[in-house]
Design a protein around this ligand. Structure first.
Ligand SMILES: Cc1ncc(COP(=O)(O)O)c(C=O)c1O
Length: 371
């Protein structure tokens, strides 16, 4: 195969180092590496393998298909899966040794109905995010069902957990409020003789900002990829693991007054060099960053000129020498002058999470630091 013209280079040494930093931030808790959504666009199986090499005891995914893809990729360790609509193939989950999450008594019934033997399941309480998880009377019903099924010998509660809404805003009152609801939910379980198993509440932001929320395990996603959970968070040396780069498909010198890309929203102010980059929204590059984002070229920041197209975008490199095949970096750790995915998120009116997770299409992922 020819060398990829557009690639997302994922540095697994950086990813493992990020996990080590996050472990230092939560030294008393087990670590779950969250690898849902194709490891936030970084590639499920290679990232999962690196997570295990870095000592992550758990992997976390949303859907059963993701969990089964981990098993197909050779992972044999603890995996938690948390987002399944009715009709999910729980039998396959049990056969693969994937731990499921019950967000209601009905879901617990479905999960147990698919098991021939006693099965370990985690319970999710909605403490205030109002997504999945059981809340109020639903939680009461789940607690009753758990006590009943534990007594019948069909259920072992592997964990009890919830998810924070505002962990990236450390002073937000929702954090304390959610934690109080979480504590009460655990007390309610214990009152009926059910031990909660692994208690967990913290995402990346809470791992870095809220030690009192670490409990038995922390679930780290975005920070493990070296991106920020929010502006208030000190990244403590975490580095972006992914660089998105491509080789220039065309280079041209143009006079002042040249309109660039669809709609001519960018017009050159003076004679300049334009570099055509084979990356566009077909690869998940966010079109809303048109005219605002920058890229790295020859160690410098250069503007994305005009609209991002389906297959390509143009950067204005001024008077820097440029040739077809030169590397343009859209984002990465910044070592070559390129912005970070978080900066692209700001330019596109979104967050770094979306910038990396959207990547797809024709982008080839290549890995550094594979063992
Ligand atoms: C349930 C759950 N836990 C943990 C995470 C990881 O969050 P973050 O990427 O902010 O660390 C996510 C991701 O959104 C999640 O859905």
């Amino acid at each position: 195969m020819s060398a990829p013209q557009a690639e997302a280079v994922v540095d697994l040494d950086v990813y493992r180092a990020n996990l080590a930093i996050l472990r230092e931030a939560a030294p008393t808790a087990r670590q779950m590496a969250v690898v849902k959504a194709d490891a936030y666009g970084h590639g499920l199986v290679p990232v999962a393998r690196a997570a295990r090499e870095a000592g992550a005891e758990w992997l976390g995914v949303a859907t059963l298909d993701e969990a089964l893809a981990l098993r197909a990729g050779g992972d044999t360790g603890p995996v938690l899966c948390w987002l399944n609509a009715p009709g999910a193939d729980y039998r396959a989950a049990h056969a693969a040794g994937v731990e499921l999450t019950a967000s209601s008594a009905e879901q617990l019934d479905e999960i147990l109905a698919a098991a021939d033997l006693r099965v370990r399941v985690q319970l999710k309480v909605d403490t205030g995010l109002s997504r999945n998880g059981a809340r109020g009377p639903q939680w009461d019903a789940l607690v009753d069902a758990a006590a009943r099924e534990q007594a019948s010998g069909r259920l072992e509660v592997g964990g009890t957990w919830s998810h924070l809404a505002c962990a990236d805003e450390p002073d937000h009152p929702a954090n304390d409020a959610q934690q109080r609801v979480f504590e009460a939910a655990i007390a309610q379980l214990r009152a009926v003789g059910v031990e909660p198993g692994l208690r967990h509440l913290a995402n990346s932001a809470a791992t870095l900002l809220r030690p009192q929320a670490h409990y038995d395990l922390v679930r780290v996603g975005i920070a493990s990829y070296g991106l920020t959970p929010g502006p208030a968070v000190d990244l403590r040396g975490l580095r972006p693991a992914m660089t998105l780069q491509a080789r220039a498909a065309a280079v041209k010198r143009v006079p002042a007054g040249s309109g660039v890309s669809y709609g001519h929203t960018y017009v050159t102010e003076r004679e300049t060099t334009l570099v055509d980059v084979p990356l566009g929204y077909g690869e998940g590059v966010l079109r809303t960053a048109s005219g605002r984002a920058e890229a790295g070229f020859a160690g410098r920041r250069v503007p994305v000129a005009g609209r991002i197209c389906m297959d390509q975008l143009v950067v204005d490199v001024g008077d820097l020498p440029a040739e077809r095949g030169d590397v343009v970096r859209l984002f990465g750790p910044g070592d070559h002058g390129e912005p970070t995915a978080d900066e692209w998120g700001s330019a596109a009116g979104t967050i770094g999470y979306e910038v990396v997770t959207r990547l797809g299409g024709r982008v080839v992922r290549t890995y550094r630091g594979e063992r």
